[in-house]
Design a protein. Structure first.
Length: 337
């Protein structure tokens, strides 16, 4: 999830999908060109917290389609009118979360699923929440103020997943949460990372659960991708595990006149040398990783699921960036206007 920052800025975006050369993710609306506090990159959409009232802006609009007729209003839900005072946002493949100052979680859907999956369950609605995460496979996580983790909708761990939630995350003592495609991460108050989920029969997904010794202490932030996981240590080092991230062999450029850079020198589990120090924030895309370096420089490695180069960093994202978010096919950053 992306928590609202005190600093204000504008959104920078790179990536797809591309529809005959049009990339909605990079068509940033006027409301997101100033006063932005936080961003979240979803499956086919983007979110931002903007202005003194901490409103939510999404693009493209829920009722807009760039490949055909606009969707029927009965197939989606819109954010509540007058939604303000938003402290954090999270974006899944087709759903959005917002966390209010009161600890209330608000959810809306770009694709209704039915079966009670389109509403915040009573246990979450009654909880005082301090952090949220949106999984790409349609699930969500909430971290309560007493440090326990809630998930919804209910997932049949015994039938479909390799590892159930550990007892530590159900009883308190959790500092942060991260939601991947089918696996979850929690950062405990003691700086240890625990993982659960992982689709049965998927070796790479299961490997994303195998937290290495380096992520068992001194961790300050976590991120979960498709089949990989990331941790940021207190000394500014990134630790990664699960499926290695490789740069795309064949792809098209997501920015005008960009050139695909040579693969960076790799450290442990394909983490480039540049991400082994001076990192201040991390985010995980589907098959790529995104980090923010001291001084506000964005660095990306891996590949976009839309087969676009997204590791050529625009000049605007080479300094002064203070917030980042990686989606499946595009990434977002915020820097001062």
């Amino acid at each position: 999830a992306a928590a609202a920052a005190a600093q204000l800025g504008k959104v920078i975006a790179l990536g797809g999908p591309s529809y005959n050369g049009y990339m909605p993710a990079m068509d940033i609306p006027p409301q997101a060109r100033s006063g932005v506090r936080a961003v979240a990159a979803g499956g086919y959409f983007s979110m931002a917290i903007v202005g003194k009232r901490r409103l939510v802006v999404e693009w493209p609009p829920l009722n807009y389609s760039w490949w055909g007729p606009a969707p029927d209003p009965s197939t989606y839900t819109s954010p509540p009118k007058g939604l303000s005072g938003v402290q954090a946002i999270a974006a899944g493949d087709a759903h959005s979360l917002a966390l209010l100052k009161s600890g209330k979680v608000v959810m809306w859907m770009r694709q209704l699923l039915g079966g009670g999956k389109d509403v915040v369950p009573p246990a979450v609605a009654a909880a005082k929440v301090k952090a949220i995460a949106a999984g790409r496979a349609g699930f969500s996580m909430a971290l309560t103020r007493n440090g326990s983790v809630l998930e919804w909708p209910a997932r049949d761990y015994a039938a479909n997943f390799t590892r159930p939630p550990p007892s530590e995350v159900l009883s308190g003592g959790v500092r942060a949460v991260a939601a991947g495609w089918d696996h979850c991460l929690a950062l405990l108050e003691n700086g240890t990372v625990v993982a659960w989920g992982g689709a049965k029969g998927s070796g790479a997904s299961v490997r994303a659960l195998n937290v290495p010794p380096a992520a068992l202490s001194n961790v300050v932030a976590i991120a979960a991708g498709y089949q990989h996981s990331m941790a940021l240590l207190a000394n500014g080092t990134v630790v990664a595990w699960g499926a290695p991230l490789f740069t795309a062999g064949r792809a098209t450029c997501a920015a005008l006149s960009c050139q695909h850079p040579a693969p960076p020198p790799a450290g442990p589990n394909s983490v480039p040398a540049i991400a082994l120090s001076n990192v201040t924030a991390i985010s995980a895309g589907k098959d790529y990783a995104m980090v923010l370096l001291r001084g506000g420089q964005v660095f990306v490695w891996g590949k976009s699921s839309s087969n676009l180069y997204i590791d050529t960093i625009p000049p605007e994202a080479s300094s002064k960036v203070f917030a980042i978010s990686a989606g499946p096919m595009h990434w977002l950053a915020v820097r001062p206007v």
